[in-house]
Design a protein around this ligand. Structure first.
Ligand SMILES: Cc1cc2nc3c(=O)[nH]c(=O)nc-3n(C[C@H](O)[C@H](O)[C@H](O)COP(=O)(O)OP(=O)(O)OC[C@H]3O[C@@H](n4cnc5c(N)ncnc54)[C@H](O)[C@@H]3O)c2cc1C
Length: 434
């Protein structure tokens, strides 16, 4: 692992529009704490704040800078959903479990609003404007209708509504969709300012936070663990691994590495919209996703259109992946032809075999909390707080996320070609409208 400065800057819109970042020093001594938290994203920061609230002494170690991982690069979509539909959860795990998970998603979204308010994170610019899921075929619209009916009739969710093609065109400024499902839960946020605000809140709670301090390895010592970093070490009674898509940077997180498949997700941002585009595209300022398997999502920010989807396979960005994203954006918003794309960036999300996040013991005195499958703004914040309960010896209230084991990915060395093959299959199905 390279030394300071360890990681490149991310050329994201968020970096350009963020408040001044809070700066934390490196760990340069040998010290002790109750819980060593590995990872300075939403999960680690929310766990740290909650642990301090419970009267424990945590310390956060971040390999790079706070919010350098997915937490500072994401689309800022604050959503209450999981990768598995709630009706599907009911079939597989029972109605009560689906009900519990639905409540968990809503609590996670509400938690973002409460946190932004309690820490007065103004730059987070949180707007609970709701989420629109747009159908790309009549078959997918029928599936959305069935899901909306089920949510209303079975779970009593009165915040969902189905929109026809005209209303969807008015909502999006695109003719590409045959309808959509609007849900009142969720909204949009400036993700990097949210991460910075959380870090300031952690600091205000008296929790030491160290940047450019990668946990290199864990050593068992005196009934606890010593976390070794390049310039100092931290003895802790317990360790929380909160590294999500970045769980293979060092051997310190080896206990969870095989449980997640890192998948590159990419974003582009246009120059500020002008004239009719500014008035017509996504005027309600919600978050927007579509029903394709290789899902794309979009929103407004800073007067621009942000558009996200699958990134390059492998360890770094590729111009071809951004070009594919731009072509997809132009298919849905042809009026943007010739309008410049000014920002291109990507980051890693963590997929799991069961498509669900996981909170639980990784090994003795080591807890993991990760696997958000690309939807972690609200959930990482929420489950991070639940991880604090687990570390305090309480039973967390995390539904399936706390009860299913994090299964290791079979044939782990073959994960990259496997992901490529699955993505190719999904793209074919999308192209066929299946
Ligand atoms: C491009 C993109 C768009 C996305 N869009 C959305 C969206 O719109 N809505 C949504 O809900 N979710 C979205 N996500 C997913 C969401 O951002 C993540 O689920 C969430 O940020 C995970 O937070 P985290 O704290 O668990 O992990 P991260 O924020 O990834 O943080 C992990 C941290 O661990 C650190 N680390 C790793 N190893 C070590 C070590 N050995 N020692 C110390 N530190 C270490 C890394 O440097 C990193 O900062 C998106 C993700 C990406 C990449």
């Amino acid at each position: 692992m390279p030394d300071a400065p360890p990681f490149p800057d991310i050329a994201s819109l968020w970096q350009e529009t963020a408040a001044p970042r809070p700066v934390f020093g490196r760990l340069e001594t040998d010290t002790a704490c109750d819980v060593a938290i590995i990872g300075g994203g939403y999960t680690g920061l929310c766990a740290a704040r909650a642990l301090a609230g419970f009267g424990l002494a945590p310390v956060v170690l971040e390999a790079s800078r706070v919010g350098w991982g997915a937490s500072g690069r994401n689309g800022g979509v604050v959503g209450a959903k999981f990768r598995i539909a709630f009706s599907e959860m009911a079939k597989r795990f029972g109605l009560e479990t689906a009900r519990r998970m639905h409540a968990l998603g809503q609590a996670a979204v509400e938690g973002v609003g409460e946190t932004v308010e309690s820490l007065a994170i103004e730059g987070a610019d949180y707007r609970p404007t709701g989420a629109l899921r747009c159908a790309h075929t009549p078959g997918h619209l029928a599936a959305l209708r069935a899901e909306a009916d089920w949510l209303r009739d079975v779970l009593g969710d009165s915040h969902v509504r189905l929109l026809g093609p005209e209303e969807t065109a008015r909502e999006t400024g695109s003719q590409d969709f045959c309808g959509s499902m609007l849900t009142g839960h969720g909204g949009i946020i400036h993700p990097l300012n949210y991460a910075f605000g959380l870090a300031r809140g952690v600091q205000a709670a008296g929790v030491p936070l160290f940047e450019e301090s990668p946990a290199l390895r864990l050593e068992r010592e005196r009934g606890g663990l010593r976390v070794i970093t390049p310039r100092g070490s931290l003895w802790a009674k317990q360790v929380l691994i909160a590294t999500n898509g970045y769980s293979d940077l060092t051997p310190a997180t080896a206990a969870v590495r095989r449980g997640v498949i890192p998948f590159r997700s990419a974003m582009i941002a246009t120059a500020p919209l002008t004239g009719a585009q500014a008035a017509d595209l996504l005027p309600e300022g919600r978050s927007y996703t579509e029903t394709r398997r290789m899902m794309r999502w979009f929103r407004r920010a800073d007067g621009r259109l942000l558009y996200g989807g699958r990134g390059a396979f492998g360890t770094s960005d590729r111009a071809s992946a951004f070009a594919a994203l731009e072509r997809a954006m132009l298919r849905q918003f042809p009026g943007l032809e010739g309008h410049p794309v000014t920002h291109r960036w990507s980051g890693l999300v963590a997929m799991t075999l069961d498509s669900l996040p996981h909170l639980g013991p990784a090994e003795d005195r080591v807890v993991h909390c990760l696997g958000y499958n690309g939807t972690g703004v609200a959930m990482a914040s929420h489950i991070g707080r639940e991880a604090a309960r687990l570390l305090c010896g309480e039973t967390p209230d995390a539904g399936l996320l706390g009860s299913l084991p994090l299964r290791p990915v079979p044939f782990y060395p073959l994960r990259a070609p496997a992901v490529r093959a699955v993505a190719g299959w999904y793209q074919l199905l999308d192209a066929l409208g299946r």
